[in-house]
Design a protein around this ligand. Structure first.
Ligand code: PSV
Ligand code: MN
Length: 387
């Protein structure tokens, strides 16, 4: 197969960017502010639209509720369309309310559980107003001390709460459930791993799928194996891409370990899950604390595209033959050959052929957009992680 033919699938590939990547963010030690930071979700969408305009790779923006709550979501969807993008997944928020100190969907207090379930009714309503099909749930519930609560009781309450939320969905709407090994709780999390997420999804039904956030595993977890298994059973709903050195670092995807990103996308391509009809929503979940936000997102989507391009270059027929023949080193070489191919010029050519800049990061710097919004966005309160 020619390189051009191998890369043809890139035409239909899109990555969703998170609205919260454009607001101020930081660590628990400091949230940095920068001139030109969006003050509301309209300005966040305008910034996100820059990423798509320069890369052609980011046609959707995920929202986080209540951070992105507006009076008129129809107006927001129309604003997004005017800027060449659409609204993507709707992320609920169960981690910023005093009521949720001891849990939200798992809380032993039925009133608190009802409140958390109701929040998802609001999110589903928003999905319908913006034309989105994905309800994304990250459950921040857990415990800090052995004996603090009944672990099995929490699972039963969670199963019941999720069933009530799932029952609200209609048509092609989906419930996507994210897992995370630790944080904000440090003894148990109620959905700590892909097995727990998958078990809940299987109990719920066909339209419940797992979200894999690349920052949510123990060190040295083989993430591509999890990817393979979830795709295999039709339950990989979405990625939250980012990169980590230590824990949930939320750094630019592909920055710490580009070979891991390639290995993940290799398992995706091996089962054709990069194609739009696979139903895998490729999303970023990153916060840019010290780097410029729009270029940070541009770099991120380009990193994913580059890893995907290399995965598409794997000679699958030769690989299968080497595997069948038990040629251990030969098979490994076929894979690493693809990884080591320098695709940068080819991807720049493809962009040029499509009327996009060869170097989107440089094009953004030269566009004057950052200076313009810094001059325009005076007054008001800058959006921040958590608002
Ligand atoms: C939790 O760490 C998480 O990955 C979830 O996806 C949240 O919605 C998101 O981060 C908030 O930044
Ligand atoms: Mn996430």
């Amino acid at each position: 197969m020619t390189t051009t033919a191998a890369l043809a699938d890139l035409d239909d590939f899109g990555i969703e960017v998170p609205s919260w990547a454009y607001g101020n963010s930081g660590t628990r030690f400091k949230v940095f502010t920068t001139p030109g930071t969006p003050r509301d979700v309209f300005e966040k969408v305008a910034d996100a639209a820059q990423v798509n305009a320069l890369t052609g790779l980011a046609p959707k923006v995920s929202l986080h509720i209540p951070w992105d709550r507006v009076e008129d979501f129809g107006k927001l969807a129309a604003f997004a369309a005017d800027h060449g993008v659409a609204i993507g997944g709707i992320n609920s928020n169960l981690f910023q309310d005093d009521d949720y100190r001891l849990g939200s969907l798992t809380n032993s207090d039925a009133r608190v559980r009802a409140k958390a379930i109701d929040h998802h009714r609001e999110c589903i309503d928003i999905m319908r107003q913006v034309g989105s099909t994905d309800l994304k749930i990250w459950l921040p519930d857990g415990t800090n001390y052995p004996g603090q609560d009944s672990l099995v009781g929490r699972q039963e309450r969670l199963a019941d709460s999720l069933a009530q939320i799932y029952a609200e969905l209609a048509g092609d709407e989906r419930l996507l459930l994210e897992y995370k090994i630790f944080e904000p709780y440090f003894y148990t999390m109620d959905v700590p791993d892909w097995g727990t997420s998958l078990l809940h999804c299987l109990a719920l039904g066909e339209r419940a799928k797992v979200i894999l956030d690349t920052g949510h595993h123990a060190p040295s977890t083989n993430i591509e194996f999890i990817v393979m298994q979830l795709v295999r059973v039709g339950r990989l709903g979405a990625f939250d891409f980012n990169s980590r050195n230590y824990a949930d670092d939320d750094l630019i995807v592909g920055s710490a370990d580009p070979f891991q990103l390639f290995r993940i996308l290799d398992q995706i391509v091996a089962q054709g899950a990069h194609r739009p009809d696979s139903g895998v929503n490729f999303m970023l979940d990153q916060c840019h604390n010290i780097e410029e936000k729009i270029p940070g997102q541009i770099r991120s989507v380009l990193n994913v595209e580059q890893a995907l391009a290399k995965a598409l270059l794997v000679d699958r027929d030769a690989l299968a033959a080497a595997q069948r023949a038990g040629d251990v080193l030969g098979a490994n070489e076929i894979l690493t050959d693809a990884y080591e191919t320098d695709v940068r010029a080819r991807l720049a050519d493809r962009r040029e052929e499509r009327g996009l800049p060869r170097n989107p990061v440089r094009a953004f710097a030269e566009s004057g957009y950052a200076r313009r919004v810094a001059d325009e966005r005076i007054g008001g309160t800058q959006a921040s992680w958590g608002a």
